[in-house]
Design a protein around this ligand. Structure first.
Ligand code: ADP
Ligand code: MG
Length: 256
């Protein structure tokens, strides 16, 4: 059975997509069978995995509306060595169109269930909102990975996400838990980063992943080459950190 994780944070630009794409590539290097699910109409995870979102035969949009199944819509990331359930702008319409459907918050869960046996991990890249799409991600998942920058405002908004996760846990998905907080874009030269980082450790204990992802320009450059950072420059500090994070996840799922 696949372990399914959302990469979520309702803030934009905090490193969700970079984390989802590079964790997918890192897990693939560790011989895990991975499906990366792009749940953001921006389609950044799709592009970052090297798939042209403008040339999709079908996408997660059709899957959510019951017009295609995952096996038809998925595409292989040849560089990343993982499968992608791709997204493009059409997905924005699903939000409205799903309102009329039965079981609307469980549509992704039901669709992923069909290919469950084919993967060790499914990683869902969520949009920057606590929307119906994100709700579908949370209902489908066993856990949530929350990427955070160690800056003054990082903790602001975290309680909204934590409350949403608690509500989903109580009402819709009793499996759901916070797997961990991942410190990303970390700059060790900044005193503030160090301070926020140790606050996080004090507050959340072992819910904070040991791996810290540094700010690294190679990770930011990789998407324009249609490659995960891990494959684009394997020796870079960012790639090394995401590979270490993949190994930490493989260990961590043994205990959840
Ligand atoms: P989100 O999906 O939360 O909106 P992204 O993963 O798209 O965030 O990241 C936002 C921006 O920051 C992107 O331009 C990305 O390339 C860059 N970025 C993400 N992580 C890093 C990092 N560790 N080092 C440098 N740049 C990063
Ligand atoms: Mg994103």
């Amino acid at each position: 059975m696949a372990k399914i994780f959302c990469v979520a944070n309702q803030k934009g630009g905090v490193g969700k997509t970079t984390t989802a794409v590079n964790l997918a590539a890192g897990l693939a290097q560790l011989n895990q069978r991975v499906l990366l699910v792009d749940l953001d109409p921006q389609g950044n995870a799709t592009m970052g995995a090297g798939i042209n979102k403008a040339e999709l035969q079908s996408s997660i949009y059709e899957v959510l509306l019951g017009m295609a199944d995952v096996a038809t819509a998925r595409v292989r990331s040849e560089t990343g060595k993982f499968d992608v359930l791709p997204a493009n702008r059409e997905l924005a319409g699903a939000e409205v169109e799903m309102v009329e459907l039965d079981n609307r918050e469980k549509r992704l869960k039901d669709a992923l269930g069909v290919v469950d046996a084919e993967y060790d991990f499914m990683l869902i890249d969520c949009p920057p909102a606590l929307s119906m799409l994100t709700l579908n991600g949370l209902c489908a998942a066993h856990g949530v990975i929350i990427p955070m920058q160690c800056e003054y405002y990082a903790l602001e908004g975290l309680s909204d996400l934590v409350n949403t996760i608690k509500k989903v846990h109580a009402k819709l998905n009793t499996d759901l838990k916070i797997i961990g907080l991942l410190r990303v874009m970390f700059d060790p030269r900044m005193t503030l980063s160090q301070q926020v980082s140790s606050q996080l450790e004090q507050h959340f204990g072992d819910k904070v992943f040991k791996t810290i992802i540094p700010r690294n320009v190679r990770l930011a450059e990789a998407p324009s080459y249609g490659m995960p950072g891990i494959n684009f420059d394997p020796s870079s500090k960012g790639a090394q950190a995401y590979l270490a994070f993949g190994a930490e996840m493989v260990e961590r799922i043994k205990t959840i």
